[in-house]
Design a protein around this ligand. Structure first.
Ligand code: SFD
Ligand code: AMP
Length: 614
C-alpha cells in the first residue's frame, strides 16, 4: 500500500476532453461548443488558462493573418511561403486548411476586445510584415481564454495530465487521460469519447544559454514541457519531422524576438566590424542546399547558417543595427513596446546592461534548439487532413485525428504545418474541435471504456516520485544528493547535457553525426532507467518530475528522427556532419516514427511530400 493511495480520485466524464488550454486548446473549446451545443466539453490545464501557455506574457503581433478581405494574400500564398521557409517539406493540405480559416479567428479576437493596430490611411490592420499584424497584446491570452471559459462545460485548472487512457477492448482507441491536481494532490481520471491534445511545444530539451542567475530563461516558454508529444507517443501515435527542431535569432540574454525589428522597424544585422555578412556566404550555402538559397524571403534556417558561419569565422558578435531606426521617436516607442508587451525580460536586460538601442546596437545570438510545431518549424503528430483537400494517403478518418482513433491535436502538437503561430494554432484547434464533434456524432452508442486496473496502476505510478522522496530523504546527511533518488532538476540538467552534446545543441555548434547520436541514445536509455527513481518533495516537484518524463520521451523521439534523416536539410537548425548536404533525391520526404509502448522500440519510415499547390 503506497503512502499516497489515500488521495481522492475524481472521475470526470466528457465528450470532448481538451488537454492544455493554450491557443490550440481555446480554439478547440470554442468550436466544439459551436458544433456540439449539448456536448460536455472539458478543458484540463496544468496552470490557469487565464495566463497559461506560450502567450502568457502577451504578444505584440499576430504572425499569421492573410488579409483576404482586402485581397492582401490568399491561402495558397501562405502555403508557398511556409514551404519555401521549410526547405520544401510541409503538409500543404494542413497548411492550406489553416490559412483559409485563420482570418475569421482574428476577426473574432477583435470582437472579443483585442486591440489591433490600424493603418490610419487605409483603415486596414497595421502590417508588421507580409503575414504579421500588430496588436496591443498584453492581454491577448486572457481575452481568448475568456471565450474558451464560456464555451467549456468546465475548466480544470492546475491539473497536470500525465498519461492518456486507452479503450479496454480496442488497443488503438483513446478513452481519456489521467493527471493530478498540483494544488490539492487529488488524482483525476478523465473518461472521454474524444481527446484533443493541445499541450504546447518544448523548451528545456537542449541546454539553454541561460545558466546561473539566469537559469530557466529561454525564448519559448519554460513551461512548454513536451507533453504535447509525449502523451501521443506513449500510446503509439505516429510522429513526424521531430528532427526539425528550431533555432532562432534572438537578442542576447533576454531572448527578445527579432521579427518586429526586422520587418517593421527595418533594422538589419552587421558583424563586429560593421559589415553586412549575409552575401559572403551565398556560394557556400548554394553548395550545400542548391537552389533553395534563392528562396525569398531567405529561409529562416539559412539566415541562421550565415550568422553562425560569420561567428565561426571570428567576426562576431553579430549586432542588430538599431541606432538608425531609434532616431525616429515613433519607431523607438514600437521597439520598446514590442518587448514590454511580449518579452519584458529583454527590456529589463537592456536596462540592467546599460543598453539603450538608440545609442548602442544590441548583440544577437542563436538560441538553443526548441521542439515545436507552430513557428518556422513543424515537429509534431502525424495527422489526417481535411476531407475536401487532402490527398488520399494523408486521410484516414477525421481532420486532425492522429493515427490513434479518437485522438486529435492542434497547434504545436501537430506536425507538418509551420508558421501557424498564435492565430493559426487557435484556428487549428477550431478545426480539430469541429472534427471531434463529427466523430462523436458518428459514433452513436459505441463508447470507449477505461480499465479500472489500468487506472489504479497509473495512480501508483503517478505519485511514485513522492514516495521515493519520503523514503529516500532519510538517507541524506547534507545537501540535496540522495543515494536513492534523482531530483527533477538533476534529471533535467542531465537530459539537457546529453541533447546538447550529442544531438546538436549550442555546445556542439548544432553539429551531430551517427556515432554521436548512437551514444546520445545510449545515454538517454540510461537516463530512462533512472526515471522510476525520481524524487518529488511536494506537488510542484511532482509536476516537474512528470514534465521531465515527457521531455525525455520527446527527446528520444527527436534523436531517433535525427538519426533516420541522413542529410542536412536545414543548415542553421542542425548539421549531420556525416551527411553535410541537402539531398532531395532520397530525403524530399517526411520522416515518421512510431514508438511501441510494449517493447520501447521505435519504428521509422518515410512518407511522401505531396505538392498540391504550384
Ligand atoms: O514572434 C498542459 N508566438 C507568437 N505567435 C504570434 O502569433 N505572434 C508572435 O509575435 C509570436 N512570438 C512569440 C510566440 C511565443 C513566445 C513564447 C514568444 C513570442 C516569447 C508563438 C505562439 O505563442 C504559439 O505558436 C502558440 O501559443 C502555440 O499554441 P499551442 O496551443 O500549441 O501552445 P500553448 O499556447 O503554449 O498552450 C499549451 C497549453 O498546454 C498546457 N499544458 N496542461 C495540462 N497537462 C499537461 N501535461 C500540459 N502540458 C502543457 C500549458 O500550460 C498551456 O496552457 S514570436 O517570437 O514568434
Ligand atoms: P520572430 O520575432 O523571429 O519570432 O519572427 C516573427 C515573424 O517574423 C515570423 O513570422 C518570422 O518568420 C518573421 N521574420 C523574422 N525575421 C525575419 C526576417 N529577417 N525576414 C523575414 N521574416 C522574418
Amino acid at each position: 500500500m503506497g503512502l499516497f493511495n489515500s488521495r481522492k480520485t475524481v472521475f470526470v466524464d466528457s465528450d470532448v476532453l481538451i488537454i492544455g488550454g493554450g491557443f490550440g486548446g481555446c480554439g478547440a473549446a470554442y468550436e466544439s461548443r459551436y458544433w456540439g451545443r449539448d456536448l460536455k466539453v472539458v478543458i484540463v490545464e496544468k496552470a490557469n488558462i487565464e495566463r497559461s501557455g506560450a502567450v502568457a506574457q502577451g504578444l505584440y503581433a499576430i504572425n499569421c493573418y492573410m488579409g483576404m478581405q482586402w485581397g492582401e494574400n490568399q491561402p495558397e500564398d501562405h502555403v508557398r511561403y511556409a514551404r519555401n521557409d521549410l526547405m520544401g517539406l510541409v503538409r500543404e493540405d494542413l497548411g492550406y486548411d489553416i490559412a483559409r480559416h485563420v482570418d475569421s479567428s482574428v476577426h473574432m479576437f477583435e470582437e472579443w476586445g483585442l486591440p489591433i493596430m490600424k493603418d490610419e490611411e487605409t483603415g486596414r490592420y497595421k502590417r508588421e510584415g507580409k503575414w504579421q499584424i500588430m496588436i496591443h497584446g498584453e492581454s491577448y491570452k486572457p481575452i481568448v481564454a475568456e471565450a474558451a471559459r464560456k464555451a467549456a462545460t468546465k475548466v480544470y485548472n492546475r491539473v497536470m495530465v500525465t498519461h492518456l487512457l486507452m479503450d479496454v477492448t480496442r488497443p488503438n482507441r483513446v478513452a481519456g487521460a489521467v493527471g493530478f491536481s498540483v494544488r490539492d494532490g487529488n488524482f483525476y481520471v478523465f473518461r472521454s469519447k474524444t481527446v484533443i491534445v493541445t499541450a504546447g511545444g518544448a523548451s528545456h530539451i537542449f541546454k539553454p544559454h541561460s545558466v546561473g542567475e539566469g537559469m530557466g530563461r529561454t525564448w519559448y516558454a519554460p513551461w512548454s514541457s513536451a507533453s504535447a508529444y509525449a502523451l501521443p507517443i506513449q500510446v503509439g501515435a505516429k510522429m513526424t519531422q521531430m528532427e526539425n527542431r528550431i533555432v532562432l535569432t534572438r537578442f542576447k540574454d533576454g531572448y527578445g524576438p527579432v521579427g518586429a525589428y526586422f520587418l517593421h522597424l527595418k533594422t538589419y544585422t552587421e558583424n563586429a566590424y560593421g559589415d553586412n555578412y549575409e552575401a559572403t556566404w551565398y556560394q557556400s550555402i548554394k553548395d550545400m542546399v542548391g537552389d533553395y538559397v534563392e528562396h525569398q524571403p531567405v529561409p529562416t534556417c539559412l539566415r541562421n547558417h550565415a550568422f553562425l558561419q560569420e561567428v565561426k569565422a571570428g567576426r562576431g558578435p553579430i549586432r542588430m543595427v538599431t541606432k538608425e531606426a531609434f532616431k525616429d521617436p515613433e519607431k523607438e516607442t514600437v521597439g520598446w513596446e514590442n518587448f514590454l508587451g511580449m518579452t519584458i525580460g529583454q527590456a529589463v536586460v537592456w536596462a540592467s546592461q546599460n543598453i539603450d538601442p538608440k545609442e548602442t546596437n544590441p548583440e544577437l545570438v542563436m538560441s538553443e534548439p526548441y521542439v515545436m510545431g507552430s513557428h518556422a518549424t513543424c515537429s509534431g503528430a502525424w495527422a489526417s487532413g481535411p476531407e475536401d483537400y487532402a490527398p488520399a494517403d494523408y486521410q484516414w478518418g477525421y481532420n486532425r485525428m492522429m493515427t490513434v482513433e479518437g485522438l486529435f491535436g492542434a497547434g504545436d502538437t501537430i506536425g507538418g504545418t509551420a508558421h501557424k503561430f498564435s492565430s493559426g494554432s487557435f484556428t487549428e484547434g477550431r478545426i480539430a474541435g469541429k472534427a471531434a464533434v463529427k466523430f462523436i456524432k458518428d459514433l452513436g452508442n459505441d463508447q470507449p471504456e477505461v480499465s479500472e486496473t489500468e487506472v489504479e496502476n497509473l495512480k501508483t505510478t503517478v505519485y511514485q516520485p513522492m514516495e521515493n522522496y519520503a523514503i529516500g530523504r532519510n538517507e541524506i546527511t547534507a545537501g540535496t544528493v540522495s543515494p536513492s533518488y534523482l531530483l527533477p532538476i538533476q534529471g533535467l540538467q542531465r537530459l539537457e547535457k546529453i541533447m546538447d552534446e550529442y544531438v546538436g545543441g549550442i555546445g556542439s555548434n548544432y553539429l551531430t553525426n551517427e556515432p554521436m547520436l548512437t551514444r546520445g541514445l545510449e545515454l538517454l536509455s540510461m537516463l530512462k532507467e533512472d526515471l522510476p527513481h525520481l524524487g518529488a518533495e511536494d506537488l510542484h516537484q511532482l509536476m516537474r518530475a512528470w514534465e521531465l518524463q515527457h521531455r525525455v520521451l520527446a527527446s528520444e523521439c527527436v534523436t531517433q528522427h535525427t538519426m533516420f534523416r541522413e542529410e542536412t536539410r536545414w543548415p542553421g537548425y542542425y548539421y549531420r556532419a556525416d551527411h553535410p548536404k541537402l539531398d532531395d533525391t532520397d530525403w524530399h520526404c517526411f520522416t515518421l516514427s512510431r514508438y511501441d509502448p510494449e517493447s520501447g522500440d521505435w519504428a521509422m519510415e518515410k512518407a511522401p511530400v505531396h505538392h498540391i499547390i504550384d
